[in-house]
Design a protein around this ligand. Structure first.
Ligand code: THU
Length: 145
């Protein structure tokens, strides 16, 4: 679908994710990602990718937002996460990007804690995808045994 077809609540979340691409610290990749998470207490917690000279020490926007959200509101359940990205040319990407495997696994933990689906909105200039759950993005996921 397109941005205009989203519900007002989803548009607000996507706006937050887009705005947070501006807080990205990405001097190495110059690829800016923003994420915004709507919690069951009505709060929206946002994050962006934070890179480091020791490359693997950096963190994606999704995990920055997710860890901050749960560290700040440990009793709130995740409801929806929106993700947006700006390419190396400084423009929003025409097509959505999807979270990396480590972010999917991390988000799955919070979906499990929520006890219900966490919707994933992948937003880009021309297209927006809504995925019904984190689980749907990670087939054969590792879960506690
Ligand atoms: N990145 C994210 O923040 N989220 C994604 O879903 C994919 C990649 C970041 C990591 C790194 O800072 C930059 O984008 C380039 O990979």
């Amino acid at each position: 679908m397109t941005f205009d077809e989203l519900s007002p609540a989803d548009r607000r979340l996507v706006d937050k994710a887009r705005r947070h691409t501006l807080t990205s610290y990405a001097p190495y990749s110059r690829f800016r990602v923003g994420a915004a998470i709507l919690l069951s207490n009505g709060e929206i917690v946002s994050g962006s990718n934070q890179e480091n000279a020791a490359y693997p020490s950096g963190l994606c926007a999704e995990r920055t937002a997710a860890f901050y959200a749960h560290a700040t509101y440990p009793d709130a359940k995740f409801q929806t996460i929106a993700i947006a990205a700006v390419g190396t040319d400084g423009l929003e990407l025409p097509d959505p990007i999807a979270p990396c495997g480590a972010c999917r696994q991390s988000l799955l933990e919070y979906e499990k804690l929520a006890g219900g689906d966490v919707r994933v909105i992948l937003a880009a200039r021309d297209r927006v995808y809504i995925l019904p759950s984190v689980r749907s993005t990670l087939p054969l996921a590792f879960v506690e045994f």
